[in-house]
Design a protein around this ligand. Structure first.
Ligand code: CAA
Length: 291
């Protein structure tokens, strides 16, 4: 336990606003202590990792310390063979109100350039396991960008999505100008980014940003159920499928189709593909071994 204290101390130095507001560390299932997030396992088979941003006094603003904790906690879930999917959520009022403006206010060009801020944020994205955003309240700026980095977004009825950076004299810096365009199209994304106008949960669903909308008090449970469903399947097949879908965001169609064909063919080398098809033919439930 003592070995993590230097890391945790650094996080709090980076996150002074919340340090004064929330000095009490929470003990996690992994035995680690975090100040800005809560970590637990959910689902009947405890196969869903739940990450809850918990910096209420700043509406879960994404300060450097919080992002380091998130990266750390996701790494632990990635290493936990029992976990098949991860859900990321915030509070009823805010998924996250963006990057921490008070923290950024202190930066100048040299600071953000030298640290390549906020490139480190991309590192919380799990390499293998699906990440579901369960969004209630504000998902603004970096909060909207973090939701868009997730693989699937479920939203509560009162959720609001926006990229208000223009109102601060800057622009989205963690994928907003790229992922939002891919998610909802250029015209809608351009309008949001040039004005700071927000989308309601219903509008976000109609636009394709969000896959489902639920009453606010059900969005986390529904996200966990989704995680349980995915987590009960072959982790290997899920990881391969996710990788192929993600390639669609990067590659031209012909290259994406080639990639898909190759990884589809690769799946024929797995025990889970053999078991899945055998079980179908034998009219029984497949027993996947993630191999
Ligand atoms: N950073 C730091 N603190 C924040 C914050 C943020 N992004 N958003 C809210 N807070 C703090 C407020 O300063 C306030 O703190 P105090 O009580 O100490 O004054 C507290 O959270 C509550 O906020 P409000 O009183 O403003 O609450 P509200 O309900 O009246 O308004 C809101 C809510 C509309 C979300 C408003 O807080 C707001 O506009 N926040 C900023 C949203 C924003 O501009 N996000 C983009 C940030 S830039 C970015 O993310 C860059 C990037 O792409 C990487």
């Amino acid at each position: 336990m003592s070995s993590i204290f230097p890391t945790v101390s650094r996080m709090f130095v980076n996150c002074r606003v919340a340090f004064t507001a929330r000095p009490i560390h929470r003990l996690l299932t992994s035995g680690k202590q975090y100040g800005y997030i809560e970590v637990s396992k959910r689902g009947e088979r405890q196969n869903v990792g739940l990450l809850r941003l918990n910096r209420p006094k700043a509406l879960n603003a994404l300060c450097a310390g919080l992002m380091e904790e998130l990266i750390n906690a996701v790494e632990d879930f990635e290493a936990d063979n029992a976990v098949g999917a991860i859900v990321l959520t915030g509070s009823d009022k805010a998924f996250a109100a963006g990057a921490d403006i008070a923290e950024m206010d202190k930066y100048d060009f040299k600071d953000v350039y030298n640290k390549n801020f906020p490139v480190r944020w991309t590192e919380f994205y799990p390499k293998r396991k699906p990440l579901i955003a369960a969004v209630n309240g504000f998902a603004l700026g970096g909060g909207c960008e973090v939701a868009m980095m997730c693989d699937i977004i479920y939203a509560g009825e009162k959720a609001q999505f926006g990229q208000p950076e223009i109102l601060l004299g800057t622009i989205p810096g963690s994928g907003g100008t790229q992922r939002l365009v891919r998610a909802i199209g250029k015209s809608k994304a351009m309008e949001m980014i040039l004005t700071g106008n927000r989308l309601s949960a219903q509008e976000a669903q109609e636009a394709g940003l969000v896959s489902k909308v639920f009453p606010d008090d059900q969005v986390v449970d529904e996200s966990v159920k989704l995680g349980e469903k995915i987590g009960a399947l072959s982790k290997l097949a899920v990881a391969i499928a996710r990788e192929a879908v993600n390639q669609s965001q990067e590659l031209p169609l012909s290259e994406g189709l080639k990639f898909e064909r190759r990884v589809f063919q690769s799946s024929f080398a797995t025990n889970d593909r053999k078991e899945g098809m055998k079980a179908f033919v034998e009219k029984r439930k497949a027993n996947f071994t993630d191999s």
